[in-house]
Design a protein around this ligand. Sequence first.
Ligand SMILES: Nc1ncnc2c1ncn2[C@@H]1O[C@H](COP(=O)(O)OP(=O)(O)OP(=O)(O)O)[C@@H](O)[C@H]1O
Length: 437
Amino acid sequence: MRSAGRKTPERWEAASSATRAPNRWDFKGTASTNSVDSNWSAASGWNPIQIAARAIGSCFSPAMPPRSPTGDFSEDLHLRSPIQSPSVSIHGNSKEDGRKILGIGMYGGGSGYGSSQNQSGGMKFTPAEIQRATKNFSPAFKIGQGGFGTVYKGKLDDGTLVAIKRAKKSIYDNQLGLEFQSEIQTLARVEHLSLVKFFGFLEYGDERIVVVEYVPNGTLREHLDCVHGKPLDLAARLDIAIDVAHAVTYLHMYTDHPIIHRDIKSSNILLTETLRAKVADFGFARLGATESGVSHVETQVKGTAGYLDPEYLRTYQLTEKSDVFSFGVLLVELVTGRRPIEPKRELQERVTPKWAMKKFMEGSCVQILDPNLAPSPRTNLATEKILELALQCLAPTRQSRPRMQRCAEILWNIRKDYRELLSSEPLQHQHSKDSQV
Ligand SMILES: Nc1ncnc2c1ncn2[C@@H]1O[C@H](COP(=O)(O)OP(=O)(O)OP(=O)(O)O)[C@@H](O)[C@H]1O
């Protein structure tokens, strides 16, 4: 698909390189006056991210809470709902690859759960219940490890499966905790089919425990890496993109104040058994300003390298269009199967969105298609349209990016056309094409 307004590669490059990122961030977000080449260079060069991660590591000095006499989790757990105990964490959050920058951890959601539901919709669990659910945090129940802490699969007394996220209080900063109390109160009420549900929150000594809906089928990133066997076909990828777009649209249109997720990425998209997506990890979420309004000026850069909005990096101003940029990166991941940054590839291919957009504008979509997706006229057409949308989402300036609601509409139409083409193809042909994926 060729749209009249499409940028040439040169124009796109120029626009990209006009957006400059600071090459150093201090802990409190003081940008150095030196610039590096472009947002893409910043991402591919790693230096700003690594420097920021190091700065966080060295500057962070958590306030340690009083421990229980024994330090035993089972002893006298002090339970609070999200409303009663707003939980805010600063996580230095340098995962092994050091790409995560900094987080303000809050967990939203909240259909409520069970009879002990409180005003906010959060569930009051008993310590014994959490212990039973996880067999006292048995390693056998461990399902993951993230910036927030360790994640366990648990089964509540009524049989509900939950994911139990256990963080050390050492990742929190109490002063900032106070600053964000009101935000948590809002996030605790967020509920959408495509957002991982928040069930409850526990606090005890230096323990913080978050209980959320268990989503059984791994992360989108794992599926793109074929960890779970059969690769995702394009129809499933389109469904996932639409689910994410709907969930984020819901956040952005929430009441009169948008909620900005700030960490949209494939490892934060969890899949159900029917391969529908649920957006997880409100670890960075915060209430934002509308694009037209006076946006919040951040003092700390938060997000994951490769997904970060260059304009946010440059101006520290956060709007929902930063999520749109990250969503553009996610669309490129869905089409190419690649991670946003692939350091082991040759130079021109290391920053996947830059490489993919260049190929797209040269009309070489097939070259960037995930090898797990079999090329066919309908697949090529759909991927071209997805990349067209990705290009808009990845625009260097936020004004040029579509709203998330518009992204959902566009994707909906792409899926409709794709399905129509699919149904018009002879059954045998469909079968032989699909068997390649
Ligand atoms: N609700 C859930 N249901 C099922 N598995 C989950 C759930 N939440 C997390 N996990 C598993 O635990 C892993 C770690 O999750 P977590 O959200 O703590 O970190 P992450 O998203 O991988 O990293 P980061 O915290 O840096 O964003 C996930 O990759 C996933 O495999």
